[in-house]
Write a protein of this length. Structure first.
Ligand code: SF4
Length: 395
């Protein structure tokens, strides 16, 4: 068992490599979300590493996040809205220098009008943040914190937390910025799951359950808070283990089923998705019979979770996954970790689909596992403010 808690640069929003297929090695909230949304999308992103077009929304999210991180470099009294706005063009230029491919976002904009509007939107998002939080009264313990931990099962969890606040009492608050609008209560399961993921990682790393999880929606000016409890984080851990087992099974069998939803409209990979008449590329990894894969265990070298068999009850169903898997390329439901998730929420991402409530038959045994685990976590109850141990509030 190991863990790390360090500050390293967050990767760019897209810029994926092609032609370097690998087995999944760890789970992040973004990739867990990909698999829950569409297993084929997960395959394209994690295993095939298919390139995705830069997204203006995701890139704007990256710039806004950079400003909100760097803002705290200045002394408290100098953290002003005007100063933060002024940082936006500079952060865009720095991002562009690191990722020149982003220039294509504005290559059909010779007079710079679209770029000016895009920068203006980013500036307004930054300015709105000042109406929601007061940076002169905040001294974050960490910003853009990379966290990684290995669970007892062997599953590695990792990701970036936008901001970590620690009160004098030692209580911890995890904060995540979203550049989109706050979703309606019935669509809050995905952002909540992301925060629960981070809460679980922090609990494992520091031995203390974060007191509060806070989502700051800059697009609508909403702040959603949630106070997690130990029992539900254990349930989240079980859900993640079941999800990982489902991913392992799909990796071994090559059975990655498309799961169409409204998010297909944001997917870069429709041209190679069977749901849109496309043919995926040949699966780049060796495959085994689904039954054999299930019998042998599919833990990627990690210990199979205790409830994995219960969670992935029918590997035969996965093998009966029929011939839809063959090939597929492109899965860009949104290139950016941040703005993409926001876009999903704005698009009305179906919380039922995310929690796998009805996805089993559609997407194979892997998502069945998710359905079982999702029910266990009780996301629906939480989203409606009735979580047994936690409360989702709006401030
Ligand atoms: S187009 Fe839709 S179904 Fe196809 S891979 Fe993308 S998200 Fe999945």
């Amino acid at each position: 068992m190991g863990s790390s808690f360090e500050k390293i640069p967050r990767a760019g929003a897209s810029g994926r490599r092609a032609g370097s297929a690998e087995r999944p090695m760890a789970l992040s909230p973004s990739r867990a979300g990909d698999f829950m949304r569409c297993p084929l999308l997960y395959r394209f992103r994690v295993i095939d590493k298919l390139p995705e077009k830069p997204s203006a929304a995701a890139t704007r999210g990256t710039v806004v996040h950079a400003v909100l991180e760097r803002l705290f470099d200045a002394p408290a009294a100098e953290r002003t809205a005007a100063g933060a706005r002024a940082m936006v063009p500079d952060e865009w230029e720095k991002l562009l220098a690191k990722r020149p491919e982003l220039a294509e976002l504005f290559e059909d904009d010779p007079r710079g009008e679209r770029l000016a509007g895009w920068l203006g939107d980013a500036e307004r998002l930054v300015e709105r943040w000042f109406t929601l939080e007061d940076p002169t009264r905040l001294e974050p313990a960490d910003r853009e914190l990379y966290v990684e931990t290995v669970l007892d099962s062997g599953l590695t969890l990792r990701g970036f937390i936008d901001r970590v606040d620690v009160a004098p009492s030692g209580e911890v608050r995890l904060v995540d910025y979203k550049t989109g609008k706050a979703p309606a209560p019935r669509f809050r399961s995905e952002p909540l799951f992301q925060m629960q993921f981070y809460a679980l990682v922090m609990w494992r790393l520091r031995g203390v359950v974060p007191r509060r999880l806070q989502l700051v929606y800059l697009g609508s000016g909403d702040v959603l808070t949630y106070d997690p409890g130990e029992e539900e984080l254990r349930a989240v851990e079980r859900k993640l283990l079941a999800l990982w087992e489902a991913i392992a099974l799909a990796t071994e069998t090559g059975d990655w089923r498309p799961k169409p939803s409204r998010l297909c409209g944001w997917c870069d990979h429709q041209a190679v998705c069977p749901e849109f008449g496309g043919t995926p590329p040949p699966y780049p990894l060796p495959v085994v019979d689904a039954g054999a894969a299930s019998a042998a265990g599919t833990g990627f070298g990690s210990g199979a979770p205790a409830d994995a068999e219960e969670a992935v009850p029918d590997a035969g169903a996965a093998s009966a996954a029929e011939a839809r898997s063959g090939a597929g390329t492109d899965a860009g439901v949104d290139a950016g970790a941040e703005a993409g998730a926001d876009a999903g929420a704005e698009a009305g991402l179906d919380a039922g689909a995310v929690t796998g409530v009805d996805a089993g038959a559609e997407a194979g045994a892997g998502v069945d596992a998710e359905a079982a685990a999702g029910a266990e976590v009780g996301v629906g109850a939480v989203a409606s403010g009735q979580g047994a141990q936690g409360r989702m509030g709006q401030v």
